[in-house]
Design a protein around this ligand. Structure first.
Ligand code: SF4
Ligand code: SF4
Length: 443
């Protein structure tokens, strides 16, 4: 009978040393340049506003992504319940193929709307939000009984195999309006539905692009950055601790608001349509993370304050309950507006003075008149001249003043500098000083 030597003995007794073996590399990233990527769009408790917002994106636009003409981007194969031309079983089939791993290309899941707690609907045999039909296990044997498949079920089936799962809009990112106090659906966000341990097939937690509706460009911008990363063509984009693209959501609305200067100077709108800061008629901008003022709503145009609207905090996890009632002064604003009124009343008077001065050419100061047919700008008062004299000295302290230094003019011009009486044959030039240092207030 043949005897079998232990493996170690045959190899000379060298035991394996697992610690020194190279660790298996996790086969995750990068994917390498992709030709195509499927985007499966699921709609839960949604108004379709996010879909509309995305169709308005311009930078990059959805058309470029669909045609595959955005540089460095794979062609996007979009499966969208409203925008796709397929319908019925033909539309649903690629979703099934994705779940069963039959797609040739990777896919991304985009979820719009909140995720309803379908167990509540099932108690009465119904559903809240569904797509496609299939037999519930056990029922097919008893005839052709089919039920709509909740989009929450599609999410749970598809998210684990997705290259990335992106929640678009505040309903999907934080629950939004369908999850407000008193709702009957138990609605929640994608993050709440999938849990904190969720990671996509390529290791990414849920990516959140909030807004009600979101800025379309915020979404395509994020998709662009994530796809660059998945292809190994770019770094992992920076996300904050809630999975928001940090480069889009780190600042508050107020920090980028075109009306923030009015706030600082303590002037506030009393009615809609007034140009000043809207905080006293209900704006929450100082405590809300959103970039709509800088980016605009569509094609860099519009946005809440640009259009005269207050911020109701629609991008925030606390929306809507923590911002209700809308259009009422936020309590915290009472302290800050009181302070800015006090400081602003002094600062804005000083600024108006500097502004008046900056609105005058130096020549007008020398001639002491403004040749405009549009009105009658007031002359500089003695007080203006005196204040500006000292202001200008302070402003130019340690620096060289504009213009020629005293004594240099002759060297450059041969005579006094142009524009003074001595240079002209007639008396059409009224300026009669050659050294502006003699001129109170300089220019
Ligand atoms: S309108 Fe709102 S965001 Fe803009 S300055 Fe006023 S408080 Fe800030
Ligand atoms: S400014 Fe406020 S209300 Fe407007 S989009 Fe941003 S978060 Fe929403």
């Amino acid at each position: 009978m043949a005897t079998t030597e232990p493996a170690e003995k045959i190899r000379g007794g060298q035991p394996s040393i697992p610690e020194t073996e190279p660790q298996q590399k996790r086969e995750r990233l990068p994917l390498g340049p992709l030709q195509n990527i499927h985007v499966f769009w699921l709609a839960g408790m949604s108004c379709d506003g996010c879909s509309i917002a995305v169709t308005g994106a311009t930078n990059p636009g959805i058309e470029g992504l669909l045609l595959g003409i955005v540089p460095a981007m794979p062609k996007m194969l979009l499966h969208h319940p409203v925008l796709s031309v397929e319908a019925g079983a033909e539309f649903v089939q690629p979703f099934r193929d994705a779940v069963e791993g039959r797609l040739e290309d990777p896919y991304v899941v985009v979820f719009e709307g909140s995720v309803a707690d379908e167990r509540i609907a099932q108690r009465t045999g119904g559903y809240f939000s569904a797509m496609g039909m299939e037999a519930v296990s056990g029922e097919a044997d008893h005839g052709e009984v089919k039920h709509p498949v909740p989009t929450a079920t599609w999410l749970h089936r598809m998210a684990p195999g997705a290259a990335a799962t992106i929640a678009i809009g505040t309903c999907a990112t934080w629950g939004g309006v369908p999850s407000a106090e008193g709702n009957p659906t138990g609605s929640m966000s994608v993050m709440d539905a999938l849990g904190k341990d969720y990671r996509s097939a390529f290791g990414l937690p849920v990516i959140n692009v909030p807004g009600c509706a979101p800025i379309g460009d915020n979404f395509t911008d994020t998709v662009f950055a994530v796809l660059l990363f998945l292809q190994g063509l770019g770094p992992l984009p920076a996300f904050d601790e809630l999975g928001r693209p940090a480069w889009l959501f780190s600042n508050t609305v107020h920090q980028g608001c075109t009306r923030a200067g009015f706030y600082e100077e303590g002037t506030f709108a009393e009615n809609y349509g007034d140009p000043e800061c809207l905080v006293e008629i209900g704006c929450w901008g100082p405590v809300v993370n959103c970039n709509i003022v800088q980016r605009g709503a569509i094609n860099h145009m519009g946005g809440c304050m640009q259009a005269g609207g207050v911020c109701i905090g629609c991008t925030m996890p606390g929306f809507p309950d923590k911002f209700a009632p809308f259009y009422k002064t936020p309590p915290g604003a009472i302290v800050s507006t009181g302070l800015s009124r006090g400081v602003g009343s002094v600062v804005r008077r000083l600024r108006r003075m500097s502004n008046r001065e900056a609105n005058r050419e130096t020549r007008w100061d020398a001639l002491n008149e403004v040749p405009t047919g549009w009105g009658h700008p007031g002359s500089r008062t003695m007080m203006d001249r005196t204040i500006h004299y000292f202001y200008e000295r302070w402003q130019q302290m340690g620096s060289r003043r504009p213009g020629r230094r005293p004594g240099e003019e002759e060297r450059f011009w041969g005579v006094d500098r142009p524009g003074v009486q001595g240079d002209y044959l007639d008396d059409s030039v009224t300026r009669d000083v050659t050294d502006r240092n003699k001129h109170a207030g300089g220019h």
